[in-house]
Design a protein around this ligand. Structure first.
Ligand code: 26W
Length: 816
């Protein structure tokens, strides 16, 4: 009898119902007749958690028993989304829970809406980490995610008078049934203090110390017996309570130190493309890596009695530069606690670390001032200096490079304020560095890391992003999942997405085209109902849904989307009786709270929406909707309903994009530039099934080199000039005519005006094809049929093969 054989893996509805009621009464202490929907959800989450806990514990046993080499994925962000429905789908329990709720007189879909959306991330990077955890578990790869359990996740966005207002995200208010508190799993994390270099290794005497305490979230595999952990750290400073001052009645100061330090893990920084350089952010990054590295070593020494075997047993992956302090932290522990010589410790680090770059935008690259590092982490700065010296003297100088080259590749950027270049440290310490789409990885080695590519040509590689079909089809679009099950002979496609290509032989079948059109239409009706209910705006589900949902950023060019909307509005007014294709423009996304141009863009979209939606002359030929508070669960509602996916960033700026993949997998057609993963989507779906426009990366760079002047384009395109003047002179802000003057007449860094005409022409092609439903839905089916490559399972297989050298748990190793 295995110790965990209590729960039968495949409970029926009756057993589930009993378990839910049991949890409600004995875990939550609530009388069923008084239970709120949120109470029923919590009870059901406990019941569902029970059913994956056995896999969770036995997975750990397997990893220990077979000493499975493990990858540790360090990320400051995990945008997991709601856990409940995903866990039911992954454990094939949806039917049983749906029936159980029916028997309780409740509706599972409504109850699951009660779950808070844990927004522990900003955007692409955080959501990618979540998709990767789902694939790692489903592929049975021994893996642990390490992150921070922020008390306040990404702010809640409210739109007041068209403006973004940020509100705190109290996601933990309804409790978090899905996580196990691990009070015994705690590690000390130190800050500040002095470094006594009269010894070797130098002795660090920290000024303050807090405890990192773990919470474990179960990451259940789809259809399998494996469940990996996501370990999230929270700050606990119990022992900082100063009893003496309390007894003197000075209650506040007794708490002061404690409260100051407990805020470390409190709030997620809401910036997703601008490094802010705040000390608290640096403390958060070190808090994450110190607790995680100590835990990784503790886990290793559970199975091996020597630290020397660490590189054989452990792969640590750095999700961008944010956790890069893990490198000097591991060096510190190996040298200061295990007395390894520098070279040996360094050799181990290079075998253990790998790093993914997610952006080439200079303002997003983290540089910490030497002063701040010296003050907060004196021992780590000392180690970074030694790493830099070792690199320059042992790698660079011997290859005969000149001082200018050395100055360029030095981790320390000289200047009046010396800075630590975190990306440089990541590249120098990692055995593999990858970009997230082919074009991005190529640009990375030809620009940002060109010098390092000359030094370490074999170190750089590409792993194109992917998304999990479990959440982005089975959870978000169950009708589409049923459609695919029916025409692909079962749900094998959910764990082998390349099976979608069997659809290729069905794309000309009118019935199947119509069947898919109905799936799409049902999703559009569902979204229209949400917009009616939440925003009191009526949209026509037969119109073309043109969707751009992502963080608001100038390089993503939401403002170029706006140029097309106003241009189209003008054309309809100039030619009201023409046979226009009705369109609903749907936009959503948050702006970093200090990013004014992005906040202005949100306001412009809402001003235009208000104006156009109230202009009877265009009737419902054109509607504009900015949906507030974009999140994972909102994306799950919007993406299935999209006809057109806007991926219009300036070529060379969007590292990959992942919403582009989610839209195409849900049968939307893409209008986009040759940027990020759009390039590979084009290669897979074919040029006649996607709308590509705009300048290529090379053309963009040529325009920059030749001194790009936006008026070269405005002055030679009267329709463009009309749109720019309308917006800049207050046509949509009569109460403040110059509100958008700056937004329209800035230096147009991301070349909206250069790509405008090509964009508008592509949009005309969209109208033309949408007017031929059989051709449109054929193209939609071709997109879905050829998107198998963009599964995060394929990405993770690439990482395991190319970078982490990790084998999944084999059939034989699984418990009988
Ligand atoms: C330090 C502030 C900060 C925070 C987050 C970031 C992220 C790297 C920004 C991000 O999310 N990048 C996006 O990553 C996705 C996953 O690889 C890509 O698909 C997107 O193209 C990229 O913009 C940069 C700087």
């Amino acid at each position: 009898l295995t110790t965990y054989d209590y729960i039968n893996p495949k409970p029926d509805a009756e057993l589930v119902r009993k378990s839910i009621v049991y949890k409600l009464i004995f875990i939550l202490g609530i009388d069923p007749k008084d239970a709120t929907p949120a109470d029923w959800l919590n009870a059901a989450m406990f019941a569902a958690r029970d059913l994956s806990t056995e896999n969770f514990l036995s997975t750990r046993q397997i990893h220990e028993k077979f000493k499975k080499r493990t990858v540790y994925y360090l990320s400051m962000e995990f945008l997991m989304g709601r856990a409940f429905t995903n866990s039911l789908i992954n454990q094939d329990l949806y039917g049983a829970f749906e029936q159980a709720f029916k028997e309780l007189g409740l509706n599972l879909a409504d109850i699951s809406e009660q779950e808070a959306d844990p927004a522990l991330g900003n955007g692409g990077l955080g959501r990618l980490a979540a998709c990767f955890l789902d694939s790692l578990a489903t592929l049975r790869v021994p893996a642990v995610g390490y992150g921070i359990r922020y008390q306040y996740g990404m702010f809640k966005q409210e739109i007041v008078d068209g403006k973004q207002i940020e509100k705190p995200d109290l996601w933990l208010d309804n409790g978090m049934a899905w996580q196990f508190a691990r009070p015994a799993k705690r590690f000390p994390v130190s800050f500040g203090g002095t470094l006594d270099t009269s010894h070797y290794p130098p002795r660090w005497k920290p000024a303050e110390q807090i405890n990192a305490v773990a919470y474990d979230e179960i990451v259940p595999a789809f259809g399998g017996q494996i469940a990996n952990p996501l370990r999230l750290w929270t700050a606990h400073t119990g022992d900082l309570f100063n009893l003496a001052s309390f007894n003197e009645g000075d209650y506040f100061s007794s708490m002061e130190a404690q409260m100051k330090n407990e805020t470390i893990a409190n709030v997620l920084y809401p910036n997703d493309a601008t490094a802010v350089g705040r000390e608290l952010r640096l403390k958060q990054e070190y808090f994450l890596v110190s607790a995680s590295v100590q835990d990784i070593i503790a886990r290793h020494l559970c199975r091996y009695d020597s630290i020397h075997t660490l590189p054989e047993d452990v792969a640590i992956h750095l999700n961008d530069t944010h956790p890069v302090l893990a490198i000097p932290e591991l060096m510190r522990i190996l040298i200061d606690d295990y007395y390894l010589p520098f070279d040996q410790a360094w050799a181990m680090c290079q075998k253990i670390f790998s790093y993914t770059n997610h952006t080439l935008m200079s303002e997003a690259l983290e540089k910490w001032s030497v002063d701040m590092m010296a003050q907060l982490l004196p021992r780590h700065l000392d180690i970074i200096y030694k790493i830099n010296h070792h690199f320059i003297e042992n790698v660079v100088r011997p290859q005969g490079y000149d001082d200018d080259f050395i100055r360029r590749v030095s981790i320390i950027e000289e200047g009046e304020q010396r800075q630590v270049r975190m990306a440089w440290l990541a590249v120098i310490a990692s055995h593999k560095v990858n970009g997230v789409a082919k074009i991005h990885s190529d640009l990375m080695v030809s620009s940002l890391f060109a010098d390092f590519a000359a030094l370490f040509p074999e170190r750089f590689t590409n792993v194109t992003n992917g998304v999990t079909p479990r959440r982005w089809i089975a959870v978000a679009n169950p009708k589409l999942a049923r459609f695919l099950d029916k025409h692909l002979g079962g749900s094998g496609w959910l764990t082998d997405l390349n099976q979608l290509n069997q659809l290729n032989k069905l794309v000309d079948n009118k019935d199947i085209q119509n069947e898919f059109a109905n799936v799409k239409h049902a999703a559009k009706v569902r979204l229209a109902e949400y917009i009616q209910r939440e925003m009191n705006i009526t949209i026509n589900p037969n119109a073309l849904f043109d969707v751009q949902i992502k963080r608001i950023h100038a390089y993503k060019r939401q403002s170029m989307n706006v140029l097309h909307i106003v241009h189209r509005y003008n054309q309809i007014l100039n030619n009201p009786n023409a046979d226009w294709q009705p369109r609903v423009f749907i936009l959503a996304g948050k702006a970093a709270s200090s990013y004014n141009e992005a906040k202005q863009t949100i306001r412009l979209i809402n001003d235009i929406a208000y104006f156009i939606n109230h202009d009877e002359r265009v009737r419902d030929l054109i509607k504009v909707v900015f949906i507030p508070n974009y999140s994972v669960s909102l994306a799950e509602l919007i993406i299935p309903a999209a006809d057109l996916s806007e991926q219009i960033s300036l070529a060379g700026k969007e590292a990959s994009g992942t919403s582009n993949m989610k839209f195409a997998l849900n049968g939307a057609l893409t209008i986009g530039t040759l940027d990020g993963a759009n390039v590979e989507i084009l290669q897979h779906v074919g040029a006649e099934n996607i709308f590509i426009f705009g300048n290529t990366v090379e053309q963009v760079q040529t325009l920059y080199r030749n001194g790009y002047n936006p008026y070269d384009f405005i002055d030679n395109d009267p329709e463009l000039a009309q749109v720019v003047n309308q917006i800049a002179q207050g046509a949509f802000s009569p109460d403040e005519p110059h509100r958008y003057h700056k937004l329209m007449h800035n230096r147009d860094e991301f070349q909206r005006y250069a790509d405008f005409r090509s964009y508008v022409n592509a949009q005309a092609q969209v109208d033309k094809l949408y007017r031929q439903p059989e051709k449109w839905y054929r193209a939609a089916l071709v997109n879905m049929a050829n998107m198998g490559y963009f599964s995060s399972d394929r990405s993770i297989e690439d990482y395991c093969r190319e970078i982490w050298r990790i084998e999944p748990v084999s059939e034989q190793e699984l418990p009988r």
